[in-house]
Design a protein around this ligand. Structure first.
Ligand SMILES: [Zn+2]
Ligand SMILES: [Zn+2]
Length: 418
């Protein structure tokens, strides 16, 4: 895609050396975009990140966790800065029509072939971090300390950060003084937003199985109907947020899936519900989980369920809470460099597993949002015209998005290392 907006919307001066990186970066980005890889299968992407880091003079560790890459560039005494880019792509069939659109398929979790698309923009994160790492290497006279470029697998499943920590990440790299991550969001391309405190919510996924007694649809009196039981549970779950949490406390309880039964004249013997939960604090999450447990057990008792319900947690994400002081330091540096392209940003109801990495080191962190939307659409003033993450039409505008993403890493890192 060619663009008339190959630099940012406003006339700010790009960081010296970044425009020279842009051509190579665009080629790299389009190559990554055309070759997305599912969680824990990011071998090609990891190979590119490792090779680029090695060429830039980093000491490189590969296959950390599954496909994780850690590059360390030391430039004498000084603070240690870690920057994370996630590498994986979700199972989606791309509909953007871009000439570098993905046509890739891969074996999904159940072994079935699925389409894969960089529908979350992790290709931007990887390309920007590779370029920023190159810049840090090319400008060693301008900073002192250590710069760590970390490429993480399996963010989409909330499993990659933990896999790197379990593989001994804290032994491979020096303890950072500060850790950063960024994510492309549906904001105008070239803009950024950073905020202190909660940035992303927790996410918990919970599979609940409730048991009935199956039988013929003509004889409900001889059964315990799990469909009626599940319906009662879904209804009462709605009271957690409306009646139990303080007004103004954010939480989401979504029942995204119910599976029960096979046909109309058979009463099933069980129902399976898939819940998705979001909060901005671990305490609120614990309160919501306790309420779910109480409601499900209570409704099972009321229905005369013959067996205890089963609760199975999967793909959980921690809360992402930016350090107050460090966020302010990043905000000041961004304001100075990006001017009006630094915009206020609300906390997001999405979730991330990045926090597990700085938490393993005991390090504060700052996470910021990076605009990727088409400037033309944004200039039209129509809200919602930028396809959101995980849309098959998600298509960051490469020029300004990559440039701002690369500069953001360098500007934030230099706030500690310069
Ligand atoms: Zn993502
Ligand atoms: Zn995603």
């Amino acid at each position: 895609m060619s663009s008339k907006n190959d630099s940012s919307r406003t006339d700010r001066t790009p960081l010296a050396g970044v425009p020279e990186l842009t051509e190579r970066q665009l080629e790299l980005y389009q190559d990554l975009h055309a070759h997305p890889e599912l969680s824990h299968q990011e071998t090609r992407t990891a190979g590119i990140a490792a090779e680029a880091s090695r060429e830039a003079g980093f000491e490189v560790h590969e296959n950390v966790g599954t496909t994780g890459v850690v590059g360390v560039l030391s430039q004498g005494e000084g603070p240690v800065v870690l920057v994370r880019a996630d590498m994986d792509a979700p199972p989606l069939q791309e509909q953007t029509g871009l000439d570098y659109a993905s046509t890739q398929t891969a074996a999904g979790p159940g072994g079935e072939q699925v389409h894969v698309m960089h529908g979350c923009g992790h290709d931007v994160h990887v390309a920007a971090l590779i370029s920023a790492a190159q810049w840090m290497s090319d400008h060693r006279d301008q900073w002192a300390g250590t710069f760590i470029a970390l490429f993480q697998p399996a963010e989409e499943q909330g499993a990659g950060a933990q896999s790197m920590v379990d593989a001994g990440l804290t032994e491979l790299a020096p303890r950072p003084d500060i850790a950063f991550a960024q994510h492309v969001l549906a904001l105008p391309a070239g803009q950024l937003g950073v905020r202190p405190g909660p940035f992303y919510s927790t996410a918990a996924n919970l599979r609940i199985t409730v048991h009935g007694e199956g039988g013929h649809g003509s004889a409900p009196h001889l059964t315990v109907d799990p469909v009626v039981l599940a319906a009662a549970i879904v209804g009462r779950l709605q009271t957690i947020i409306s009646r139990e949490l303080p007004p103004g406390e954010f939480a989401v309880v979504t029942v995204g899936q119910i599976i029960a039964g096979t046909q109309s004249n058979i009463i099933a013997d069980r129902a399976v519900m898939e819940l998705n939960l979001r909060t901005y604090s671990e305490e609120t999450e614990a309160q919501v989980l306790a309420a779910i447990d109480r409601i499900v057990r209570g409704e099972c008792a009321a229905a005369g369920s013959p067996k205890e319900p089963e609760f199975d947690f999967h793909d959980g994400f921690p809360v992402t809470v930016n350090d107050d002081d460090a966020s302010e330091r990043v905000r000041v540096a961004f304001a100075e460099h990006f001017g009006e392209d630094l915009q206020p940003i609300d906390r997001q109801t999405a979730s991330e597993d990045f926090a597990m990495i700085p938490e393993a080191f005991g390090t504060p962190y700052v996470y910021w949002g990076l605009g990727g939307g088409h400037a033309e659409a944004a200039a039209g003033g129509e809200e919602g015209t930028i396809p959101a993450n995980h849309s098959p039409y998600f298509a960051p505008e490469p020029g300004p998005t990559l440039q701002a993403g690369t500069e953001a890493i360098i500007v934030a890192a230099r706030a500690w290392l310069a």
